[in-house]
Design a protein around this ligand. Structure first.
Ligand code: GBH
Length: 469
């Protein structure tokens, strides 16, 4: 018999969600529309015209949801704050009723011994700020810093773990490049400007958090952190890999971790933008000391130079005639060989190991967290109402084993957050894709832990992976 794979004592076992994907209650307690309300209500933008209007009613069911987390033995819960709930116009004083929801949620978590990890921005920009220019406008970065300070003042006494942005790549390049995410714009120059202003928002936001939070608070960012591989060792393919890697990773971790945009990224994108949006002092403002780095990983990308016919999978987020890769529109994306999840994303745990080891090298001394990892499957209750999802268990097992390997190789990974606690609104895919460890019946809102939830609870309880069946 194989030894179970044991994780270090104190390793954090968590699950993650985001506000717009689960809360619903979009018109309650002073909340105004975010770009995702507008986008999802625009015909043709989401599968089935689905919206987050109701989602899984977490806004009203949070107490039961936290009880469920406790039953599953979770040590940590990563959630996001809805900006338009606490600062409806994106300016001015906070709305107390909005903040009160998060105070109650956090208190409930703390009462159950579950560590809250708070993400400030998981894609739901107040619509008023989009109307004023959105992320391509510099002003939005200042607005974010103000918002970060308001939330820190309200919740800094009870939340220690803070994350500025979730996957700014998606906000910039799916939101303003391919347009498959809100606000649905398709302007490559605007996408690069958005990326810079998201970086600036992270830097200024981190400063605002430091000013408002007690010293024990920890500040991190959750990066998209793509694993990009070349189809062959031909020079064109290797160069395609380099360009995509810069547009996926370097554009954010360059300024955030090293205080500069990669010189070759600036050269590669010169015909799209002159980067005049980068002002003096910006890079110093963006490069803030961090306490941890969050990595979100689902699947690797495989690229080549020449159009190879075949695959047109550009980002795994739905079809668009517009590329999310400014200046690298010629690069072809291929399906990585192997089994896929219901998203069509190839299952490849070696990518997670590779990613962790890369950031171990590039950000020495910075503790790492896997802030998202998980899989969508077409789950259905059986005749007894139970939901069996052996594929998800296999996915989680494989990826946790990869984390364990990285630990053995010297990486400082402190925790893992499964995406997601609950089935929820999967952005452009609406409710057609289920990522939850807990099944949600969208008619009745009844929650049923899937077999993967029970499996994960055992992993969390024992701090070790069972030998693979
Ligand atoms: C995350 O996005 C989100 O944070 C979360 O809200 C969402 O529900 C969840 O994942 C599931 O989608 O081929 O180079 O474009 C993940 C989005 C998926 C974007 C993988 C990049 C492939 C890399 N990412 N995708 S690439």
């Amino acid at each position: 018999m194989l030894e179970p794979l044991t994780f270090p004592a104190g390793f954090l076992w968590g699950a993650a969600t985001s506000a717009y994907q689960i809360e619903g209650a979009v018109r309650e307690d002073g909340r105004t529309p975010s770009i995702w309300d507008t986008f999802s209500h625009t015909p043709g933008r989401t599968v089935g015209g689905d919206t987050g209007d109701v989602a899984v009613e977490h806004y009203h069911r949070y107490r039961d949801d936290v009880a469920l987390m406790a039953e599953l033995g979770l040590g940590a819960y990563r959630f996001s704050v809805s900006w338009p709930r606490v600062q409806p116009t994106g300016r001015g004083p906070a709305v107390q009723r909005g903040l009160d929801f998060y105070r109650r949620l956090v208190d409930e978590l703390l009462a159950r011994g579950i560590e809250p990890a708070l993400t400030l921005y998981h894609w739901d920009l107040p619509q008023e700020l989009e109307d004023a220019g959105g992320w391509p406008a510099r002003e939005t970065a200042y607005r974010f810093a103000e918002y970060a300070g308001l939330v820190a003042e309200a919740l800094g006494d009870r939340v220690e773990s803070w994350i500025t942005l979730n996957e700014p790549w998606c906000s910039a390049f799916l939101g303003y490049g391919s347009g498959v995410h809100a606000p649905g714009r398709t302007d490559p120059a605007a996408a690069l400007q958005a990326a810079h202003h998201l970086n600036l928002a992270h830097g200024l936001g981190t400063q605002a958090l430091r000013a408002a939070l007690p010293a024990r608070a920890r500040v991190a960012v959750s990066l998209n952190s793509a694993v990009v591989r070349a189809l062959s060792q031909a020079p064109g393919d290797v160069d395609a890999r380099r360009r995509i890697d810069n547009l996926a990773n370097g554009v954010f971790h360059g300024p955030m971790l090293h205080g500069a945009y990669p010189a070759d990224l600036l050269a590669d994108t010169a015909r799209v933008t002159d980067w005049s949006c980068v002002r003096e002092g910006d890079l110093a403002a963006i490069q803030q000391p961090l306490d941890a780095l969050g990595l979100n990983y689902y699947t690797p990308s495989l690229v080549s130079a020449a159009p190879a016919g075949g695959s047109s999978r550009a980002d795994g987020h739905g079809a668009s005639d517009h590329s999310p890769w400014p200046g690298a529109e010629d690069v072809t994306f291929h399906q990585t060989p192997g089994e896929c999840t219901d998203m069509g994303w190839t299952i490849d745990p070696t990518g997670l190991h590779e990613l962790i080891m890369r950031y171990t090298r590039e950000a020495p001394g910075l503790p790492l967290y896997v802030t998202e990892n998980g899989a969508a499957y077409d789950d259905k209750p059986d005749a007894e109402g139970r939901v069996h999802d052996p594929e998800r268990i296999a996915y989680l097992h494989g990826h946790l084993a990869a984390v364990r390997r990285a630990l053995a190789d010297g990486a400082d990974v402190r925790g893992y957050y499964l995406w997601s606690l609950l089935d929820n609104f999967e952005w452009a895919y609406g409710y057609s894709k289920r990522f939850g460890a807990v099944y949600v019946d969208y008619e009745t809102q009844v929650r049923t832990p899937k077999s993967s939830a029970e499996w994960y609870a055992a992993v969390a309880r024992t701090g070790s992976l069972p030998a693979a069946e």
